[in-house]
Design a protein around this ligand. Sequence first.
Ligand SMILES: NC(=O)c1ccc[n+]([C@@H]2O[C@H](COP(=O)([O-])OP(=O)(O)OC[C@H]3O[C@@H](n4cnc5c(N)ncnc54)[C@H](O)[C@@H]3O)[C@@H](O)[C@H]2O)c1
Ligand SMILES: [Zn+2]
Ligand SMILES: [Zn+2]
Length: 340
Amino acid sequence: MRAVVIRRYGVLPVVEEVAAPEVEPGGVVLKVEATGLCRSDWHGWQGHDPDIVLPHVPGHELAGTIAAVGAGVSGWAVGDRVTSPFICACGTCEQCLAGNQQVCLRQLQPGFHYWGSFAEYVALPFAAVNLVRLPDALDFGTAAGLGCRFATSFRAVRQVGRVAAGEDVVIFGCGGVGLSAVMIASALGARVIAVDTNPAALELARSYGAAEVVLSSSNVVPELLELTDGGAQVTMDALGSAAIVQSALTALRPRGRHIQVGLLPGGVQLDVGRLIGQELEWLGSHGMPAHAYPEMLALVASGNLAPDKLITRTITLDETPTALAALTNGTPPGVTVITP
Ligand SMILES: NC(=O)c1ccc[n+]([C@@H]2O[C@H](COP(=O)([O-])OP(=O)(O)OC[C@H]3O[C@@H](n4cnc5c(N)ncnc54)[C@H](O)[C@@H]3O)[C@@H](O)[C@H]2O)c1
Ligand SMILES: [Zn+2]
Ligand SMILES: [Zn+2]
């Protein structure tokens, strides 16, 4: 099969012929119909992820049709249209048994722990726990986003951030994660303020429901405090930036919640005194388990959420290495989908 192969960190990957994955007991092999280009793929290519072993095929935000079904898998057949959370959970560890598959102790992530979906085929383990059947009306490109960024934002905003109608929510970074969060928080009735350095991304944020948009600068906090009359109830770092974390924490009202979705490979210093004195919550959020998908899919089916509108660009496998490398210099507005 053809796949995007990383041989050295930070060096342009190459599209090559490689062996297709074998189907494992309990798992399936998917023909990849669409796969999203997420900034986590860029982090992996940069060498920020200790789980990756070279040579490596990235890609974890995926949708496709089942091409092979492993021994012991029931309820799934060749040809079924599916997506999967990028955190493939084992289903049997203590966290999985408690319903917290997003922090599974034996999780396997395609595109990180093993070869991912920037390829014609990808293997998915633990089919019983992770496969999500796609409604007929949902196209593969839109469904791919449900494998990572849209679903991650859904859980981050709803379950982790507990965003409620009428609250002021500031989203820092309006790429795939941030724009999804803008759409989801707006649909929940929050007043969303979107922050980005790219005016085109802010224009998209407004079209997905942001009440206010703010062009990011080194001194964005006073403007946010004014727009929120003293501070937001919720902030979210949807880029992964130590500077954003500091701005976000100072833009919160007392007892505010900060949601951290953007990765911070260099770590970050927190003003713990402020966290204590203002009773702020600093909340990590990681993906979303398959059992939480029905609520999100119902909101998509009813038209309250429209993840299809986030897609601004569809590219081929051959165009993927350059598109991945270009993320070093910024993000094209909206979501990029690859059709292998
Ligand atoms: N926690 C999880 O489960 C999870 C899941 C998916 C992605 N992620 C991480 O989330 C982050 C976002 O991913 P993405 O694919 O949406 O990224 P992206 O590259 O699509 O978007 C980043 C956005 O941030 C904007 N930006 C850049 N500098 C800025 C600044 N100083 N202030 C405000 N905005 C700025 C860019 O213009 C862009 O619109 C990444 O770190 C990714 O690895 C985490
Ligand atoms: Zn991702
Ligand atoms: Zn588990």
